[in-house]
Design a protein around this ligand. Sequence first.
Ligand code: CUA
Length: 166
Amino acid sequence: MHIDPAEKRWAILTLVVAFSMMGVLAGYAINDNINPPSNVETIDSTRLHLTREFNEDNLGVHQQKDGSIRVVMVAARYGFFPNHLVVPADTPVTFRIASADVLHGVHTPNTNMNTMVVPGYVSEVTTTFPHPGDYSMLCNEYCGLGHDFMWSRLKVVPADQFKVGG
Ligand code: CUA
């Protein structure tokens, strides 16, 4: 089979570009500790308030016996509840987030905290924030007219200054 040399060059160039892009993506994923979602857990989004975990009184930051942090949140048009969280730095933080209505997302810029919140499922992400400071959690899935205003505050404090609710 005859392949025109020009066609061969372009085919090779295309493959080189495609593989370099894959390399860049893999590099970012490894460097920034980006992982695909792994938690598959269903929940009835219309009855969150009746569950033990996602009822209003249980939302927020909980410290576990081993010192790790568990954050229970509800995403609903147009906010995250609670909308202000304080967590310690250098400590594993597990977010458990459920949507009460439509598809939302949670993204905290400059960290690897980023997940979709799909109605009917519990999104779970465990991460550690190395740098104390003020962060925001932004909804990154278009969820309606108020989408641009759907965000909350996340304050990361040095671990020795942390206390639940503080
Ligand atoms: Cu919630 Cu966009």
